[in-house]
Design a binder for this molecule. Sequence first.
Ligand code: BGC
Length: 713
Amino acid sequence: MDINKLLHNMTIEEKAGQLMQLAPFFFIRDLEIEVAGNVSDIGITQKKIFQSGSVLGIRNAKEMIDVQKRYLSQSRLQIPLIFMADIIHGYETIFPVPIAISSSWNPELAYQMARVSALEASSAGIHVTFSPMADLSRDPRWGRVVEGFGEDAYLSSSFVKQMVLGYQNDGIEKPGNVASCVKHFAAYGAVEAGRDYNTVDVSRLFLHQYHLTGYKAAIDAGAKMIMTAFNTVDGIPSTVNSYLLKDVLRDQWKFEGVTISDYDSLHQIVDHGCAENDKEAALLGIEAGLDIEMASSCYVNYLKELINENKVDVKRVDKAVLRILELKKELGLFENPFKGADILLEEQLVHSKEHLAIAKKAADECSVLLKNDHVLPLKEGVRVALIGPHAQSRSTNGSWSWHGKSELNSTLEESLIKQDIIPVITLSVERDDQISKEDKEILKTCDVAIIAIGEDAYESGEARSKTDLSIPRKQSSLVQLVKSLGLKSVVLLYSGRPLMLDSVLQTDALMYVWFLGSQANESISETLSGKINPSGKLTMSFPRNVGQIPIYYNYYTTGRPKEEHVQNEYVSYYLDVPNSPLFPFGYGLSYSSFDYHDLHISSDEITPEEKLSISIEVTNKSNVAGYETVQLYIRDYVSKIVRPIKELKGFKKVWFDGNTSQVIKFNLQLEDLMIIDAFGNEFFEYGKFSVMVGPNSENVISKDFRLIKESKQ
Ligand code: BGC
């Protein structure tokens, strides 16, 4: 297909149509009725609908085929639609939510999750997924932390990269692969006060140093599309922000793929107060380099007028259209407009045993054990009570799992029974005062209570911001009750974000189980029984209280740092709580117990050409085999641009048999010591650095070295 020739034959209306994305119902429902309702809301005619370029969200292969057929039956140029959808952590086989997957510290799992998602979604005729979300999350009030990979740019980028590679695999033209659209460009995770869609005001330095890293990682991995964010950056909505869309994306990063707005976000720049009306929004969007507008109609309604008035150069529109046609061509849609959609294959693949097994293995690495006073794993024969709203719930898929069928998931009770852990009593209650006297008597006869509490599956996610992050609905009263009855307790916390855990810390064991997807409760039960040794570690710092937010491990020292055990009022600290989080980034226990010792570095001086080799011995002092994630941090002590007190530069998740030691090795090179400035330029400075290795960001062993101009020898 010669797309330049095709472009040449297109009318302005047809070109503008390619830049519009609509939901499937526009094409298949009774348009007479729709035109009176939804369709008329965005002011487009049936003719314009059948000139649009892509579709958002599709239920299955059959619907895709219906929509494409209907569309092509009315399309003059026979340019097929592309089908895009949000496949975030699985299509129907649901994997752990992204924040949970990142807690595995095993990016390979993200790759597998993306592979399974691509296989299932492509069989339904989906060509592009709106994933991964590369927004850095430092504020758990923001509900969308659930969709991201945590607070650290390096770790998050490792996951983002594997997601893109997993989706696109050996090429988007091949069957079973989908194109990746990274989102939400840019800095959506930095919304003020954690309120979704709110203003973002970050310095250019933090933008480049932290927030842009993930999107860049996706693009470097080959992501074909990028979605703009709802928020402003430097006072300009991201959707029409030419610094982001041109200077950074096209000029610095050389991105050649397609840009798309978020849902209705081109039109919403009118609400931002950045354009007076849709016509102005269209002008700003096309000028800034926005290709597709999702779910609004500014381009389709006004581009022609703007071109006729010489306000928009048609060449700009042509460029955007060409990028979209190029993507269609690369996907092979001109040869086969129904690419992927296969009702039979869909039935075989979706939620298949094989896929569920992969999701289960992923879930096994994502729970984070935060406390364990010798209760877990549960000893054989203990009398167990099961309490809490998640005891008999199947709702373990978590946000953005719209194809997932939670009714097919097991409850915790059912999964425990499969592990031969048969609860003496199960109480699906939220609070202590919902438990009767008689049931309390039964509870007293038990040894351990498993208390399954936390958020509902849809309490985190888009538009799910909160100011109160305490355990919801007085559920922590269950922990107090159990303690007063003299039982041991194990709290399982289902959640999509860090919650304040102070009210449940008196429990004997605490495991953060997020929303682990289709196989959540199987995995949790096997972990409780000891079949699985937990290995997750936090990827967001857990604050002591909401007042500490934003809290993250890689902060600046400040001019008045708080030194431990030094009494000085005029330093950077709080009167009421320590500066440190309750649980730090990188923290997580297992049933094994690891000791770090003998940190060696190859030299105490290196030149820019040299590598620094680092080794540390890690010993599993227990007889329980398990994984340990060894983390490497650095600190650059002196720089023109102040550096954080720690920066993650490497990690290795290693399997240890019981009572064994291994020497874990890392290398550092110049690229790990680079500094980024407020313009996105990288440079380095000579001087003193520190290497730190440990099981989490707080507990590290360190050694200093210097980056010098010339080697002494
Ligand atoms: C979300 C995006 C999503 C889009 C399409 C928006 O509301 O912010 O993440 O991809 O909807 O469903």
